[in-house]
Structure formats: C-alpha cells, structure tokens
Design a protein around this ligand. Sequence first.
Ligand code: PRX
Length: 678
Amino acid sequence: MRKTVYLPNAKFSKKAHVSTLSQYKDMYQESIDNPCEFWGNIAKQFHWETPISADKFFSYNFDITKGPIFIKWLEGATTNICYNLLDRNIRNGHGDKIAFYWEGNDPEDYSRLTYRKLLKEVCRFANVLKTRGVTKGDRVAIYMPMILEVVVAMLACCRIGAVHSLVFAGFSSESLGERMFDCKCKVLVTADGAWRGTKLIRLKELCDAGMERCKSLGHEVETCIVVEHLLRLNAAQGCPSNGTEPHTNGDTAKVKMLEGRDVWWHEEMEDAPSSCYPVWMDAEDPLFMLYTSGSTGKPKGVLHTTAGYLLYAATTFKYVFDYRPGDVYWCTADVGWITGHTYVVYGPLACGATSVVFEGTPFHPDNDRYWQVVDKYKVTQFYTAPTAIRALMKFGDEPVQRHSLHTLKVLGSVGEPINPEAWLWYYTRVGHENCSIADTFWQTETGGHVITPLPGCTPMKPGSATFPFFGVLPALLDESGQEVRGPGEGYLVFRRPWPGIMRTLFGNHDRFETTYFSRFPGYYCTGDGARRDEDGYLWVTGRVDDMLNISGHLLSTAEVESVLVEHPLVAEAAVVSRPHPVKGECLYCFVTPNDGVAFASKLSDELKFRVREKIGPFATPEVIQHAPGLPKTRSGKIMRRVLRKIALNDRDIGDISTLADETIVEALFQNRPSDAQS
Ligand code: PRX
C-alpha cells in the first residue's frame, strides 16, 4: 500500500538549515509575531547605502474599506540589488566562484561565468544602456532565449535603476508588441534567434513585428539591441541532427537591422567601460515588472520593488532548497516567467550560489537530457514543473536509469498542482527515495514561494504544498468571506503582506485593488482554491476564476475567446478548460459561426493558428468544437459548468432548468468532434 506521509532523509535533515518541524514552527511563529526583527536580522547580511530605520520597517493596508491598499518594507533605506548580488559576493571572496554554468540546446555548446566576470559584463551593458539614454525608472523590454546575456541585461537594468520587463520568448510578436506598448519601453533587448530542440526560432523577426505592432498602437521603441547568438554557436552543432532547417553562419547575415534603431550587442559592448557605479534605489523603488494573464481584459503588469523582493528571494531560496556553499543548483524555468526571475537569477545570486542555465528542452537530443545535465554538473537541487515530469514519465524509467543522479538532494516542483503519480515517480525514479520534494505554491504576484515544505523538516504528502513560508499567513474563506477553520475547503487568501509580494499593477493601481483586494476586504485573494486536511496540510486545488494553467502557463479563457471572435466568420465563442494528461489543462473551444456559414475543418485550423499567432504556441487550442448554439441562462449568461461537462463527455450535468434552451446541451454532446474523444 502507498504511504501517505514521506519523511525527509534523516542524514540530510541533520545538516539542514531547518532540521525539525518544531524548529520550523518556532521560526514561523517568530516571523509572524516579530516581522521587523525576523526580516531585520536577515537584512543585516546585505548592503544598505542608507541604513534601515527601525520605525519605518513595515507598514501596510490590506483593507480596501479603510483606504488605498499599500505595502511598504524598509522604507527610507537605500540599496542596489545588483550591488548585493555581485559586488557584495565578490567582496566576500567569491569573485572566482562560478555564478552560472551555461548549457546550450546542443550538448556541445556550453560555457561558464564567474561572479567577477559577470559583474564586468553587467557594468559594460549598464554603460551601453546609459549611452542609449536609459535612466532610472525607464523600462527596458527583454525578449531573449536562455543565454547568459539575459542575466547580464537584467542586472544591468538593476545597476542603473531601470525597470526590466521580460516577455517570454514563446509569446507571439503581437503579445510582445502589446506588452511593450503598455510599459512604454525605451529599449528592447533580444537575440537573432535560438534553437529549441530541432526548431529554429527567429527572434529578431518576431521583434521586428512586435515593434511594428507597438508603433501602430502609438509608442515607438527607440533602440533594439541584438545578441548575435546563432552565429557564435559551434557551426557543426548549429545544424540539427535530424537535418531540418540547417543553420549556417549565413543565417545571422539574414537578420535585418534597421539603421538608427537596431544595434548589435557585441559592437555596443566593445568599447563600453567595465565599471559602473550603482544607482542607489529607495527600498520601494520599482525593480521589475512582469506581465501575467488577467481573467478579464489585457495582461496585468505585476510590479515588484527593491528591498523586500531581495530579502524574500534570498530567504526562500536558502530555506526551500536548503542551499549551502558547494551546491550546484538548477532551475529549468525560462527567465521569461517569474520562476526564472526569482529562482534562476535573483535568489541564487543573492545567496552567492552556483547554478545551471539551460537553453534546451528535456527531449533534445534525447529524452534523458535533463538527467544527463544533472550528472554533468553534479546538480544538488533540481527545480522543474509537473508538466515536464509527466512528459518525461511517458518514456518510462529507462532514460532516467541511464544516469546516476546521486548528487541530488532536493527536487522542486512549481507551476501547478502536482498529481500524486508524478510526485511518486519524481520521488522514486529521479530522487531514489533519498530526496525531499519541495512542492512550491506561489504566483507571479507573490514574488516567491508562499506555501511550501522545507526539505529538512517537513513530512511530505504527495500533492500537498504543505505549510506557509516564514511571514506568510494563509486563510481559507467560504463564499460569504467567513474563515474556514480546521479541516475544510475554501478560497485561498493571505492576511498580511510578506516582503516579496507585488506592490501594484503597472500604471493601474485601481485594477490591482479590484483584482486582489475587493472580493474579501482585508485579504489578498490568490484566485486559487485550497483544502486543509486534518493535519493542517494545505492542498491547492486550482483556480477558482476563469483562468487555466497549460503546462504551468497561466491563461484566461476570456483572452482566448476574444481572439476567436475576432475571426470574421465567428459569431460567438466560449472556452473552457479540460484536464490533459501532460499539460495539466488544455483549451476546449466552442465556436458558433455566423448565420449561413458552414463549420469546416479549415475554420478550425484557422482558429487554432490565430490563437497561436496572437498569444503564443503554448496557447494553441486542443479542440475546436462547432456549437450551433451555447447553453445560456435566460439572462444570457453562458453556463460554463455545462460546457466543461460536454468537453469531458460527462453526462452527469446536474440541474439545467435555468437554461433558456435545454435542447442545446444534447445537440452539443452529439456534436463532439472526433479529436475531442479523450
Ligand atoms: O494556480 C496556481 C498555480 O499557478 C498559478 C500562478 O501562476 P504564475 O503567476 O504564472 O506563477 C507560476 C509560477 C510560480 C497559481 O495561482 N500554481 C503554481 N504553483 C503551484 C500552483 N498550483 C498548485 N501547486 C503549486 N505548487
């Protein structure tokens, strides 16, 4: 019989930062009872140009009925994150330590960067940005593959107080353009292109279209800085093994550069000085913004600020991965997502860690690539997403068994609930029952982990993110806003801010207040549901709004519906989420064509293509179903729960007496397309 609770490895526990549950409980209580002392002690390891003042350490309002929502940590203190991540570590004797091992898409492409070299590169690029007119508070968009220049670009922004806004390079040019318009970025940093597996992505072309889109909306990007990535790849490896789209050095020559706007990274860097005095930032000055989907309307520019984010990224990294000097840590997330910000760049560097940055995919050149990389760099902490674990499980145990993986101590999971089967496979096959699994629940908005086990002390239950991190006070609320105490289920909310929580949505504080604080005054509302079991463990059950999570990427059904109805032949569309064995969830779309228009597979293909083009490849719908009509109540509201049942071919649809036309439900069951059979 399966166990329900798994204990951390005893030998590992003994040496861990937090070894026992009672130690965790004491530290947690201290963080709640005396937040200023708790975080004040942590802050001592960092450099503050203007010292921290005890009386302005922490203030906030979470109750919208009492006035505007605000959150302030360490007000009045000044610092610079880049200085803390690089100069401080170098001063502490870590200049020659490897900050990053870079592993390219092709196993033959790899490099490394020490803290000292990274600082030099960052300073040079900071000077390049300055020459291009970037000053404190300006926004810089970054649309890059997983190469070390992306870290250099981010930290160069921090150095001079510019606000970086990364856009995941899997987003379409249209999404990029709209995000650049929203943040009014002065500069865009990108690369000529990149290989993902055997696929060549021509990033600069996407940027050209993105900048066009941005211009058409009314904002012009002044400078586009392009890393020549394809050219410098070892020519032999540039040509993928399966022979598709052979890459030659000539490819770079094909990149079109617009005179006066587009410049090459290496040319700009050539004469740039390798020192740059940091701009001292107020604790609450913006650090970066990052877009995330909203359940209505356009994406939200989540804004994080300086001091609190630094403290939180460093502290969660140290405790959740139990990081110690000598470890080699690897987070597989792309920097275009929050996981890449906090746990590829900021957290590890704040702790002086050595990490791996990986450009490729888990399947290239073979399905054992992750495990090959773990052994190659002797990785001790590995952090990935359930969707990747499920995809790899499909290939069986053999690819994992080809590798020793004996250096691993902690295995992290992030992005969506991890199903117990995937958890157990990860635990037994990858971790050989020796590693703790850290199922970390958090969001772009929370800045860092908020509900998570600590690997040395928390007894694990597969599928549960367990307990709150230091400083985090979760609660479950019922529909009426009453707290559910003890075992039960409800809306997952937080009662007070921790240092790393976002401060606002860029340029839209009203939306920030209504999205997160209006449903339950006094609480930050995550938009997720959760259950608390009889042992106090928290189990996040998923979104309670119209958002869905495809392979760990959050998306709103409204966003997809608006793309579908833009098609001239479409009258109406309704999109629901359906469980997917690898992606977690996928898009199931009901589409009603205009009167007199026949629904053909061509339309279905066109619609899939449109969503791909407008949002990005990860958002491609799984199923497009013809809907002669949609199940609506008499007041015209679409009954999505009925659509979700149809998507599943589950006839247990419950009460539909409030529908204006009940017959439509049967018609939709009959109309399920052949590719919908799950
Ligand atoms: O629904 C939750 C899910 O991902 C959402 C946040 O997505 P995003 O802002 O893109 O950040 C993802 C990386 C932090 C959450 O609202 N989610 C994330 N981690 C977990 C999770 N759901 C369950 N368990 C998790 N460990």
